[in-house]
Ligand binder design. Structure first.
Ligand code: NDP
Length: 307
């Protein structure tokens, strides 16, 4: 039986509509919520992500501005910009797009953003708040996944959850959020022995690995909910056929663009063995952007209530 598709576009649109409503409510104080996005260097993927984030935030009634700095930017210059945004009363949320060009240490600059303007929840103080389950901004991708579970009525409490990947932006915070919602959580990584056996224990399997279709049918318990965060490129026609079978849409996309996106879980295995799953693309990606808007408005409201 094919699993239900967890449609990230649709769920993301609902989250965005709620954020837009909250932004309208906030704007009654005399100004819209403000988001400043800082983009350093000319990484093409980052430029695309930033454009998408700024467009979505404007559509939600958030005043957003992009600050572009060249790849040659030195640390003091970036520090000055962040300090200025920290002081700017019209800026409620600051997003520093990662990765930074070589020579700039991301952790130094993430810690420079004031915690109350840290829209991604990456500041050490906000990481501590997450660990302690205190209120604060949560990283957008894991927060979007938890919001999807809530909106789709997927029970987390008491479930066995397996998270593959332990990055600071996805795996670790997702594991903590699941734990706070009373899942029994196992975190896997590149040194985990017999990964498929551990994955098979999961009622909820979340993968944030960055390896095309790495988890196969032997890693999915029949009826599990599978959340595939990975975004990888299938770059040969043989791979596309292996991952998607004779899927004319996928093959057409591959022939047009030279690649098609695939997650960390084998798409056919995921569809056939899960009870519900997030497709790639169109699953977790749209949730991430939607949560950026929700976080921005929440930071604006929190700042206003402190003023
Ligand atoms: P990282 O590279 O920071 O982390 C990858 C994790 O996967 C690491 O913990 C690593 O283990 C683990 N890993 C790597 N290889 C294996 C393996 N063979 N077996 C088990 N574990 C392994 O990646 P991110 O967390 O930043 O991103 C993961 C994926 O999610 C990427 O494809 C990225 O593009 C995508 N992504 C998608 C988003 C979205 O909005 N849809 C948002 C963010 C990311 P170890 O720690 O031991 O090295």
């Amino acid at each position: 039986m094919a699993g239900k598709i967890l449609d990230g576009k649709k769920i993301g649109a609902a989250i965005r509509a709620d954020a837009a409503e909250a932004a309208r409510e906030f704007a009654r104080c005399g100004r819209p919520p403000g988001l400043a996005v800082v983009l350093v260097g000319d990484d093409p993927a980052s430029a695309i992500y930033v454009r998408g984030k700024v467009k979505a935030s404007r559509e939600a009634g958030i005043a957003s501005e992009t600050h572009r700095l060249p790849a040659t930017t030195k640390a003091p210059e970036l520090a000055r910009l962040l300090d200025r945004l920290n002081q700017d009363d019209a800026v409620d949320a600051i997003l520093l797009q990662l990765p930074l060009p070589g020579g700039l240490d991301a952790s130094e600059f993430l810690a420079r953003i004031r915690p109350e303007k840290d829209v991604d929840g990456f500041h050490p103080e906000n990481v501590g708040r997450l660990v302690a389950n205190l209120p604060g901004p949560r990283p957008c991708t894991p927060a979007g996944i938890m919001e999807m579970f809530r909106r789709e009525g997927i029970p987390v409490k008491g479930s066995r959850a397996v998270v593959v990947g332990r990055s600071d932006i996805v795996g670790k915070p997702l594991a903590l959020l699941l734990l706070h919602q009373h899942a029994t959580v196992t975190v896997c990584h590149s040194r985990t022995r017999d990964l498929p056996a551990v994955c098979r224990e999961a009622d909820i399997l979340c993968t944030a690995i960055g390896r095309a279709a790495m988890v196969g049918a032997d890693g999915i318990r029949e009826g599990a909910v599978v959340v595939d965060v990975g975004m990888n490129r299938a770059e040969t026609e043989a791979q596309v056929r292996d991952f998607f079978g004779e899927d004319p849409k996928r093959l057409a996309r591959f022939r047009k663009n030279g690649y098609t996106l695939v997650g960390d879980v084998h798409p056919v295995a995921m569809r056939e063995r899960s009870s519900a799953y997030t497709p790639v693309p169109g699953g977790v990606g749209p949730l991430t952007i939607a949560m950026l808007l929700a976080n921005t408005v929440a930071l604006a409201v929190a700042r206003q209530s402190r003023a």
